[in-house]
Design a protein around this ligand. Structure first.
Ligand SMILES: [Fe+2]
Ligand SMILES: [Fe+2]
Length: 280
């Protein structure tokens, strides 16, 4: 199968649509939590921001879907918009059930092609980081497994979204006549730089200075950059292995993470060698 063809479009749209799972957040088996888990959840300062991201995402997808003419792409975009709205309902249920501090404004009237592209690159970056956080949270039992496991479906949906996005944007560029890899480098780099700027801006606005966050910090106290990047890469590999091998996968963020991880490991090895020589 050649990338950028009708066959490619049908594959990435159909596999996205056919892998949609039916569930409703309110019907999931939300566990009872003890006070320690509730304190950690209540101290996490991102609920309003996360809820707002999902609410805006649903509106961005719906607005972009309305501008498209290909019925299969429209169907896939609408389905992603539905899933983003459902992520919003997932968070709203979590917030309500456990008495967390989080609320969202109605979605900003923000749509069109550039909004969808910005959103897609942001998802590629944020999902990769989210995969790592999710894997480590599971490993260190940050919260009860019964709660963490409810969010596996959300992580999987984000993996489906970013695979859909990278296939769609490459297909779209091919249709527009600039699908050759060298012609994609600059718009892809710009897309990721814009995403990075937005993600860093959001992270900087989070308030992480209360007691519950200190408790959460204790759980993650021996987390290093290497461990975190390895977790992101491992979880990403696990999710990506579930997709049809003919589909494109997001490559930029995992490749950069692998590069940084290899460099950090090489520096550690060199330091260990210098120390052992110094002792000898
Ligand atoms: Fe989402
Ligand atoms: Fe998403």
């Amino acid at each position: 199968m050649q990338i950028g063809t009708t066959e490619h479009k049908e594959l990435f749209c159909r596999s996205f649509i056919d892998s949609h799972e039916v569930y409703e957040p309110r019907d999931l088996p939300w566990p009872e939590l003890d006070e320690a888990s509730l304190a950690i959840l209540r101290s996490i300062p991102v609920w309003s921001m996360a809820l707002q991201v999902e609410v805006n995402a649903g509106a961005t997808l719906e607005s972009f879907a309305q501008s498209q003419t290909d019925s299969l792409i429209v169907q896939a975009l609408r389905l992603q918009g539905y899933e983003e709205d459902r992520h919003g309902r997932m968070l709203a249920t979590l917030i309500e059930r456990y008495g967390l501090d989080g609320k969202a404004e109605p979605a900003a009237p923000y749509g069109g092609r550039q909004a969808f592209i910005d959103f897609g690159y942001n998802e590629c970056l944020d999902s990769f980081v989210g995969f790592g956080i999710f894997r480590i949270a599971r490993q260190v039992h940050f919260l009860p497994d019964a709660l963490i496991s409810l969010f596996t479906r959300v992580m999987y949906e984000e993996a489906r979204h970013i695979v859909f996005f990278v296939n769609w944007i490459t297909y779209e560029r091919c249709v527009r006549g600039y699908g050759a890899p060298p012609l994609q480098v600059i718009p892809t780099a710009i897309g990721y730089l814009r995403a990075l700027k937005k993600t860093v801006g959001r992270a900087g606005s989070a308030n992480t200075s209360d007691k519950g966050m200190a408790a959460a910090g204790d759980i993650f106290s021996d987390l290093t950059l290497q461990k975190f990047l390895q977790a992101c890469l491992d979880e990403n590999t696990g999710f990506m292995s579930t997709f049809d091998p003919r589909l494109l996968r997001p490559r930029v963020v995992p490749t950069l993470a692998r590069f940084v991880l290899d460099a950090a490991n090489a520096i550690d090895r060199a330091r260990a060698t210098v120390r052992s020589f110094a002792r000898a």
